[in-house]
Design a binder for this molecule. Structure first.
Ligand SMILES: Cc1cc2nc3c(=O)[nH]c(=O)nc-3n(C[C@H](O)[C@H](O)[C@H](O)COP(=O)(O)OP(=O)(O)OC[C@H]3O[C@@H](n4cnc5c(N)ncnc54)[C@H](O)[C@@H]3O)c2cc1C
Length: 384
């Protein structure tokens, strides 16, 4: 059996230091307006104004060609910006999906018209994208999805239902996966295609779904004879399965997969002050920092491999599995260490952030693919 995993150590280049300081100053200023509840949301907080400001500073679409509004900076410079935003719990959800996966997908597979239409708007922080994969009977077993797109005169006719679509109610565009082929020849995996869908198109109904916190940031979306133009097809007809999987690789390897609960740590350290020298507290915090350091190294190594044109799918799966494990445990660990109550009490930033994170952490290992699915990918990578 060949070595299944490659995590070659990688250090960020020294030229990223000044950029980190620049982003940190910007974020510290913005953070004055965020309460603990908002900070708990981190990359799932939706704030178009913040996305516009980040766009103005050139911190969205950082690695994309200037021709499409990008900034031709390195993946590692982008990584530093993401780290700083996540470490502070910045509400970056209005551009996160577009910057992380929809934009790269359009850049790789989109037509010239699609690139020109969407990429500059994403870079300005003005185009919010959502992911239309899951359906009521198709989550982990995505290839069994039933929503369909039929070729008709002048374009495509969409019918069906998507579910758990984060921020569909606030977004502009969905990249949705639909069934376009039904024959034996196409098969379950091969008869799927992706579409760029303007969410204002007639026939689309967006129904909010409430989560445990009482908020409804995900939705059910009903497509009832939704007519799309010919050029809404994204990439290759019936090639959507491979496309969607490549998109998920972008989704599973970033620092968002281990930093969702991170803002609690500096808050806890500030609260502990001198008592951080207590040996049992120091041990617990040390263990958390050690775990974070390893995950950061794993994540950086994957970024470096992606930058070199490799596809570290197994490495991304193991990083997501371990990373979401830590971010799920962190709220409970922090609550124990600082003896804080997870209550939404105005002005008590740590308790507010804990109140949010303790309620939503069970979802961290579901979004982007469940633990069981990650384990299956890892096992396959080991040749099992
Ligand atoms: C916060 C959040 C945000 C989300 N946002 C989006 C979004 O924006 N767009 C979108 O399309 N989806 C989104 N999802 C949906 C998410 O991708 C799915 O919930 C996930 O893929 C699991 O699918 P499911 O819910 O249908 O569960 P199921 O697939 O029914 O799984 C139920 C359980 O069975 C296990 N299981 C399933 N198949 C296997 C198998 N073969 N082997 C072993 N165990 C298995 C699963 O791991 C899980 O524990 C979001 C989910 C969450 C929690």
């Amino acid at each position: 059996m060949s070595a299944a995993y490659r995590f070659t150590p990688y250090e960020l280049p020294p030229e990223t230091v000044a950029l980190r300081a620049e982003v940190r100053t910007f974020v510290q200023e913005e953070a004055k307006h965020w309460d603990g509840w908002q900070i708990g949301h981190s990359w799932t907080g939706f704030d178009r104004e913040l996305s516009r400001k980040l766009g103005e500073r050139g911190w969205i679409g950082m690695t994309w060609p200037k021709q499409y509004g990008g900034h031709e900076r390195s993946a590692m410079e982008r990584y530093v910006v993401l780290e700083e935003l996540l470490a502070a719990g910045a509400p970056v959800g209005a551009h996160w999906v577009a910057d992380r996966q929809s934009g790269p997908l359009i850049l790789r597979l989109g037509s010239e018209a699609q690139k020109t239409k969407y990429l500059p708007a994403i870079c300005r922080g003005e185009a919010a994208f959502c992911i239309g994969l899951s359906e009521p009977d198709a989550g982990s077993d995505l290839a069994s999805l039933r929503s369909k797109a039929e070729r008709v005169d002048g374009g495509w006719l969409l019918n069906g239902r998507k579910v758990w679509t984060t921020y569909a109610q606030d977004c502009d565009v969905m990249i949705g996966l639909f069934r376009t082929g039904f024959s034996e020849e196409h098969g379950k995996h091969r008869g799927l295609s992706q579409f760029l869908i303007d969410l204002k198109t007639p026939g689309i109904e967006i129904n909010p779904i409430k989560d445990l916190t009482g908020e409804s940031h995900f939705n059910e979306i009903v497509f009832d004879n939704v007519m799309l133009a010919e050029d809404a097809l994204m990439g290759v007809e019936n090639g959507g399965w491979a496309q969607a999987n490549a998109e998920l690789a972008f989704e599973r390897s970033g620092p968002d997969r281990y930093l969702s609960s991170f803002p609690l740590l500096p808050m806890a350290l500030a609260k502990l002050g001198e008592s951080v020298n207590d040996p049992s507290i120091a041990r617990d915090i040390g263990a958390m920092v050690a775990e974070l350091t390893v995950l950061r190294q794993m994540s950086l190594s994957i970024q470096n491999q992606l930058e070199n044109g490799e596809t570290p799918l197994q490495e991304a799966a193991i990083t997501k599995l371990l990373g979401t494990g830590l971010e799920q445990r962190m709220p409970g660990l922090i609550a124990d260490i600082v003896e804080a109550q997870p209550l939404r009490r105005a002005g008590d930033t740590l308790s507010e952030a804990l109140a949010y994170l303790i309620q939503v952490e069970p979802s961290f290992s579901l979004r982007g693919g469940t633990n069981e699915i990650m384990k299956m990918i890892i096992a396959r990578g080991m040749g099992l």
